[in-house]
Ligand binder design. Structure first.
Ligand code: ZN
Length: 298
């Protein structure tokens, strides 16, 4: 594997670095050989350490002549792959500067930072390193093509993609809910307490909050099924109940360690057809006496 570093030097965002790497390696295999990739861009060693102090680290120079990646070797293999991708992000995004220690040391919490305020330079670097890792391990041209060929959203597809790309189910779920052509949200819970909510910004606000129990009348709260099962539930179980359609699809899948994955799908086509058929309620009549049949309620 050979990569021309000169061409990467001008790439300022994780997405641009990734697309330049993909341009240079059109036959990149899946799962992505992240360690070979690291070597190809100048990482001389990936050193696994037994430590509780950090999840990953990078020893390099400001001009990035070469680098050594440190990985928490007690973490599981998939997490180690993600960590190597994260540190590689710090190495390849030239604007990333280490902290006062002079080296990059990244905690487990840093590995989950996805948003950063405009002025929070540290968080922005960490979120960019995470975007690089996820985007390099699951390159969008391939990942989107796989999602398209799998069809409608389904948690079994998320599990299959996690295996194919050799990433954790959670990493695959984040990528899946962010980039699937059909809108879906994925919720992770442990022992019936909601731990994460992943959804594209266009998905309606999910009322169920992190740290709270799964809604008691949701499919997920009662499910112990390791076969992903579907049910139609009242919209108000998970989302604001006044909007349309009045019911949504929920899928639940039990995983190891008391973890559960939930998928929510709002079928917007159902919404359109209801409106087109002239479905009306008092809001329509009051706000728009002519009630054109295409009007959308807000
Ligand atoms: Zn970091």
């Amino acid at each position: 594997m050979q990569i021309d570093r000169i061409e990467l030097a001008d790439c300022t965002s994780p997405e641009r670095v990734i697309s330049e790497i993909l341009r240079q390696l059109p036959d990149l295999q899946i799962p992505v050989p992240i360690e070979d990739l690291a070597v190809a861009v100048g990482i001389t060693d990936i050193h696994r350490m037994t430590t509780q102090n950090f999840e990953g680290g990078l020893i390099t120079q400001p001009e990035r002549r070469d680098g050594v990646i440190l990985v928490n070797g007690t973490a599981n293999r998939l997490r180690q792959r993600y960590t190597i991708g994260h540190e590689l992000g710090h190495f390849l995004i030239a604007a990333h500067k280490p902290g006062t220690s002079g080296q990059f040391t990244c905690s487990k919490a840093d590995m989950s930072i996805r948003k950063a305020g405009r002025d929070d330079r540290y968080k922005r670097m960490e979120s960019e390193a995470n975007r690089f890792s996820a985007g390099m391990l699951m390159p969008l041209p391939m990942f989107k093509a796989d999602m398209r060929s799998q069809g409608a959203p389904d948690l079994q597809n998320v599990v299959a993609l996690a295996a194919r790309y050799d990433v954790s189910k959670e990493a695959a779920a984040i990528h899946y809910s962010t980039y699937h052509h059909d809108m879906c949200a994925i919720i992770l819970s442990q022992d019936d307490i909601i731990r994460r909510v992943y959804k594209p910004s266009r998905f309606p606000f999910v009322e169920a909050a992190i740290g709270k129990p799964l809604p008691h009348n949701s499919l997920s709260s009662g499910s112990q099924n390791s076969e992903a099962e579907w049910d139609e539930v009242d919209r108000g179980v998970w989302l604001a109940s006044l909007e349309r359609p009045s019911s949504i699809n929920e899928q639940a899948l039990s995983l190891a360690g008391g973890w559960k994955m939930t998928m929510l799908i709002v079928d917007e086509t159902e919404d359109e057809s209801e409106v087109d058929e002239g479905f009306r309620d008092t809001f329509d009549v009051w706000e728009n006496p002519q009630f054109p049949s295409k009007s959308r309620r807000r």
